[in-house]
Design a protein around this ligand. Structure first.
Ligand code: NI
Ligand code: MN
Length: 232
């Protein structure tokens, strides 16, 4: 499976001719290396409605390519009114898609949509994602605080964990390291940092910290635009 880091909490996964985008925020993202016009997908997964997770880009990509957007219930219901194909779901539920499946998990975070006209609309709850794709099980934490029930996700034998480390809006590096200890994946990719000033962190320092604290884990701090092969 090929994984490309889009910057912030955004990823592109490619395997077996299928493409999945996760939280694909590129328009207005100061660290983005691509544009929404250049992205295509069969499936788009959104963890919550905050504008830094690519709701507007997901809409544009879905309208252009026909990609199905799978997300939390209220956000999915609203997206359906915008003329795209959506599958609204909720934590605990698994949704199949072309080449894999996603199960939504709890995340301690809010979920609202800023219309850009001074109106912030509540949009249900935020979630994490447990994704089966390309022969791997991937846990994208979404935006979240640390919570011990991440251990339940760890019981599912996670290959790859995408963990937020930016602090301020989510876990910082210390709590993220504890989260990795709860989940005990084979590999970790830090995310949701170095996009704007309140969430500046040192990815290499996180790698050192987490590899020292959690036995056997390998950490890959990817640069936006960088692609890495995981699994087959
Ligand atoms: Ni958020
Ligand atoms: Mn965010």
């Amino acid at each position: 499976m090929l994984l490309t880091y889009l910057g912030h909490a955004g990823f592109m996964l490619e395997a077996g001719g299928a493409t999945v985008l996760i939280d694909p925020w590129v328009t207005g993202n100061p660290v983005a290396t691509t544009t929404a016009d250049a992205l295509h997908a069969d499936t788009i997964l959104l963890s919550h409605a905050h504008n830094d997770h690519g709701i507007d880009d997901a809409l544009a990509i879905s309208k252009r390519t026909g990609a199905t957007i799978i997300t939390t219930f209220e956000l999915g219901e609203w997206l359906a009114t915008q003329g795209v194909t959506t599958v609204p779901a909720n934590p605990g539920g698994t949704v199949p898609f072309n080449g894999g499946s996603v199960k939504f998990t709890p995340a301690w975070h809010s979920s609202s949509y800023d219309t850009g006209a001074g109106t912030v609309v509540a949009a249900g709850i935020a979630a994490g994602l447990v994704i089966r794709f390309g022969g791997l099980k991937i846990y994208h934490t979404g935006d979240t605080a640390l919570f011990r029930d991440m251990e339940f996700v760890g019981e599912e034998q996670i290959d790859l964990m995408c963990v937020c480390i930016g602090d301020h809006f989510t876990m910082g590096p210390v709590d993220a390291t504890r989260a990795v200890g709860f989940v005990h994946p084979k590999t970790v990719i830090p995310m949701h940092y170095n996009t704007f000033p309140p969430i500046v962190q040192d990815g290499d320092a996180f790698k050192e910290r987490v590899e020292a604290a959690v036995q056997g884990v390998r950490c890959y701090p990817l640069k936006p635009g960088q692609t890495h092969r995981f699994g087959e």
